[in-house]
Design a protein around this ligand. Structure first.
Ligand code: XMP
Length: 522
């Protein structure tokens, strides 16, 4: 399945992805305006356009040159649909080239970084945009000549055609990136295009599409179809489960695999919420012996991950076979996963790695996928979760990696190490959450570092390992900053871990940002 199939709401903005680093950001910015947006690859743009019937088109940036013979191919007929078009960077160059203009390599070579925008016409697309504001450029080519109908709306020192437009046809182009935060008034320009130039309807509200999603699941699964879903207790699979359950009730069978690498209280929390509260058909498979057995003696991080991924698939497949009537597989796949997979398998984006969730299941399960969240971003899934009545403790919870505590337990994974790690992690969470400090944190957890050091507990000498505290803020986990909690909270956490948890002689604080460090330790 591709990301630009015939599903999803109609109207809104169609974004053609020429391989931009920031394409998802454009889609998010548009949705934040209350307007639906969807990304498509150039080859499928006309197909998607027919099904989606958008109100406007945005052409993204991209790493290629429009005059290369194998540059991403978009059918120029898209310009004949009478829709407003905004070209960004490469998108502008493509637009210029197909409307009688000319594109050449930038004379002084590539132009990267900040430059000031000189606004000539502060109306329409540039209404309210400040003269002299910084914009963010990143391009190797530039427009040398405009086709008939176009005029310059703003220029900059290195770039005479920084903003151009053909008002009659509602075609506009920006040589810089309005979607990045460094571009002053960039959000304003996108808003002007979407709401003023294109006059898109402001009717996108993720919470309001619950009924549509439920109806779509009912249509796909039919009157008697059965769905199996791997429930991890994370936001995505939980929201997917509640949504599918609302659609088909007890014909949804959830499988929760206890891999022995869970945090304290996790399994019980899932049982309580989904079985006791939602009355779902939930099977809990205790596979901890099997996972820990396969992991015994393995200390290389990638190997640990591979084993956990493989065993998960094996366990899940066995369970799915028992539910033989289930022809459908429910998954909490999100839009960024879909876009990344499509890009990695032939789309225009060259830089993004293929999506690899530990929960990703192989094709030979031979089941039809039910993925009600596949056109949504994470914050939109949270909004739907709230709409469905899921508690904030679940909807707003911190991410927890598929391989669980194994990537926070350095070296080989044993029950003897997992027990103190789990206890320390519970203390970290409790002390942070009861003070509401987690609202500003992306993740907060404990790490087990098997390095012995000497301590004294009571009157006795101990020789025990290190517990590291990791607290980070982040927008999207691509980059992260370490965060400092109030000293009295750190003191309390440290004292509780050293006094209540057997196995640690020392508590240390990780003050590494990402990059160069990663959030997890393995
Ligand atoms: P790193 O450690 O690479 O992590 O900075 C970035 C984000 O991804 C989470 N993470 C994972 N999630 N399977 C997952 O589902 C994994 O194998 C995995 N490894 C890391 C991590 O918790 C952080 O939020």
């Amino acid at each position: 399945m591709s990301n630009d199939q015939a599903e999803g709401p109609s109207g809104g903005v169609l974004i053609v992805d020429f391989g931009a680093q920031y394409c998802q950001l454009i889609a998010r910015r548009v949705r934040e305006l209350g307007v639906y947006s969807r990304i498509t690859v150039p080859e499928r743009a006309m197909f998607t356009l027919e099904h989606m019937r958008p109100d406007a088109i945005i052409l993204s940036g991209g790493p290629r040159s429009v005059y290369e013979h194998d540059a991403p191919a978009l059918d120029p007929a898209i310009l004949g649909k009478g829709l407003p078009v905004l070209g960004i960077c490469y998108g502008l160059q493509w637009l210029a080239q197909h409307t009688g203009g000319r594109v050449l390599p930038a004379q002084s070579g590539a132009e990267y970084g900040r430059t000031e925008l000189h606004v000539l016409e502060a109306t329409g697309l540039l209404e309210g945009v400040r003269d002299g504001g910084v914009v963010w450029m990143s391009h190797g080519d530039k427009v040398a000549e405009l086709g008939p109908g176009f005029e310059v709306l703003a220029d900059s020192e290195p770039c005479p055609f920084a903003v151009v437009g053909d008002r009659a046809r509602r075609f506009y182009g920006l040589q810089f990136h309005p979607e990045v935060a460094h571009t002053v008034d960039g959000a304003r320009m996108l808003e002007n295009f979407v709401l003023r130039v294109a006059q898109c309807r402001v009717d996108w509200n993720p919470g309001s599409i619950v009924d549509d999603k439920v109806a779509a699941v009912q249509k796909l699964v039919g009157e008697s179809g059965e769905v199996v879903l791997g429930l991890s207790g994370g936001v995505d699979s939980s929201v997917a489960a509640v949504l599918i359950h609302r659609a088909i009730g007890t014909r949804l069978h959830c499988v929760f695999v206890d891999n022995g690498l869970l945090r304290a209280g996790e399994r019980e929390g899932v049982e309580e919420l989904f079985r006791d509260h939602y009355h779902m058909d939930l099977t809990v498979v205790d596979a901890s012996e099997r996972f820990l057995g396969e992991l015994a003696g393995v200390s290389e991080p990638e190997q640990k991950r591979k084993i956990i991924g493989r065993v998960f698939v094996e366990v899940f497949k066995e369970k799915a076979k028992e539910l033989r009537d289930a022809k459908f597989l429910g998954q909490g796949t999100l839009y960024p996963d879909v876009i990344e997979s499509v890009a990695a398998h032939g789309g225009a984006t060259s830089t993004i790695k293929s999506h690899h969730n530990v929960g990703g299941l192989p094709k030979d399960l031979d089941m039809t996928l039910v993925e009600p969240l596949r056109d949504l971003f994470k914050d939109e899934v949270r909004a739907i979760g709230r709409e469905l009545g899921l508690p904030s403790s679940l909807v707003d919870r911190q991410p927890f990696p598929g391989p669980g505590l194994a990537v926070r337990c350095l070296g080989d994974v044993t029950r003897e190490k997992l027990a103190p790690l789990r206890a320390a992690d519970a203390i970290v969470r409790e002390e942070i959450e009861k003070r509401d400090l987690h609202r500003n944190l992306w993740q907060y957890f404990a790490v087990y570092v098997p390095q012995k050091s000497v301590g004294v507990k009571g009157d006795a000498r101990v020789y025990e390992d290190v517990c590291v505290l990791r607290m980070v803020s982040s927008q999207d986990a691509m980059t992260a900053d370490w965060e400092l909690l109030p000293v009295e909270v750190l003191r309390r956490i440290s004292s509780r871990i050293l006094n209540e948890v057997k196995g640690f002689a020392r508590v240390c604080l990780d003050i590494s940002s990402k990059p160069p460090a990663t959030i997890e330790w393995e």
